[in-house]
Design a protein around this ligand. Structure first.
Ligand code: NDP
Length: 287
């Protein structure tokens, strides 16, 4: 029987333990707040008394914590137990902090495989679940059969930062979309229209946005932005209408003004007759 340690029993960690147990994996767990282990222990997980004891229990140690600082807080006292362990950290953080963590673990004889899971807790282990991974390929591949139970593995490369890079990029799309939903509903509600009425059209708008992805990448790679069907000036006028309508409605302006600012600056830089994709020249500004 394969055995795994899982540290961090928030909604995600608990969902992972359940999935691993369902697939016949022996799971040792530890969590700062002990009561959060109750459900998974009732299902067959073994509760370790300390992080060091948890780390000793299996070669594969999966972390599901708020961020990488929590990893240091938890593993600081794990001492020699870390030697020879593979730490698969599925906590969110930046690529740079991930690389620093790889070095910190290496100093203690452990290997980091960094990960970022792209679904919420109810979908862990389901068909829609996928996880970005990066780090040493051979180490990842050795543990891939167990990790596969959590979600479809998407291995990105040896650089430890890659998983968080793709994770934060995908979440940029996700989080700004979620804020845009609320912004749109707030605009409606402020004017007395029911948010529910927008839902079918919001779904269409989200789908329409996705149809531009391939063309967008082609434009930014070529750094040419053909404006024959729509221009930054036309779209910028719309961005301004959104700001004005939001101001009239008395709702928050931060998001509409951020979008308008992209258009204003692209137009000021001479891209008014180019496609909206010319905003790339503003958004992707180099240091
Ligand atoms: P929670 O914030 O609910 O749980 C985080 C875990 O981290 C808990 O076990 C918590 O312990 C522990 N923790 C945090 N700080 C410390 C610390 N300083 N010392 C010890 N333990 C600490 O998170 P989730 O389960 O929701 O998420 C886990 C990770 O998965 C996050 O990085 C999140 O971004 C990511 N994620 C979450 C999704 C979601 O829908 N929830 C979806 C996809 C990814 P304690 O119980 O004691 O507080």
């Amino acid at each position: 029987m394969t055995s795994t340690t899982l540290i961090g029993l928030g909604p995600m960690g608990q969902a992972m333990v359940r999935v691993l147990l369902d697939h016949g994996t022996e799971v040792t767990v530890w969590n700062r707040t002990k009561s959060r282990a109750d459900d998974v222990v009732a299902r067959g997980a073994v509760l370790a008394a300390t992080p060091a004891e948890a780390v000793k229990a299996a070669e594969l140690v999966i972390l599901s914590l708020t961020d990488y600082q929590a990893m240091y807080d938890v593993l600081a006292d794990a001492g020699e137990a870390l030697a020879g362990r593979v730490v698969v950290n599925l906590s969110s953080d930046t690529p740079q902090r991930t690389r620093e963590a790889a070095a910190w673990l290496a100093e203690r004889g452990a290997t980091l495989v960094a990960g970022g899971i792209m679904v919420p807790a109810p979908l862990v282990g389901a068909e829609a679940s996928y996880v970005f991974y990066s780090g040493p390929r051979d180490v990842f591949e050795a543990h891939e059969p167990v990790l596969r139970h959590i979600g479809r593995p998407e291995y990105l490369g040896e650089d430890h930062g890659l998983a968080q890079l793709f994770y934060q990029a995908a979440l940029t799309i996700f989080l700004t979309s979620l804020s845009s939903y609320l912004q749109a509903f707030a605009l409606l509600e402020a004017e007395g229209a029911e948010p529910e009425r927008l839902v079918p059209f919001a779904k269409e708008a989200a789908g329409l946005g996705a149809t531009y992805l391939d063309e967008t990448v082609a434009h930014l790679r070529a750094r040419t932005y053909p404006g024959d069907l729509s221009t930054a000036t036309m779209m910028g006028a719309t961005a301004d209408h959104i700001v004005q309508a939001s101001r009239d409605a008395g709702v928050d302006l931060a998001l509409p003004e951020a979008v308008k600012s992209h258009y204003d600056r692209a137009i000021a830089a001479g891209h008014g007759r180019d496609n909206w994709t010319s905003l790339w020249e503003v958004v992707a500004k180099r240091r």
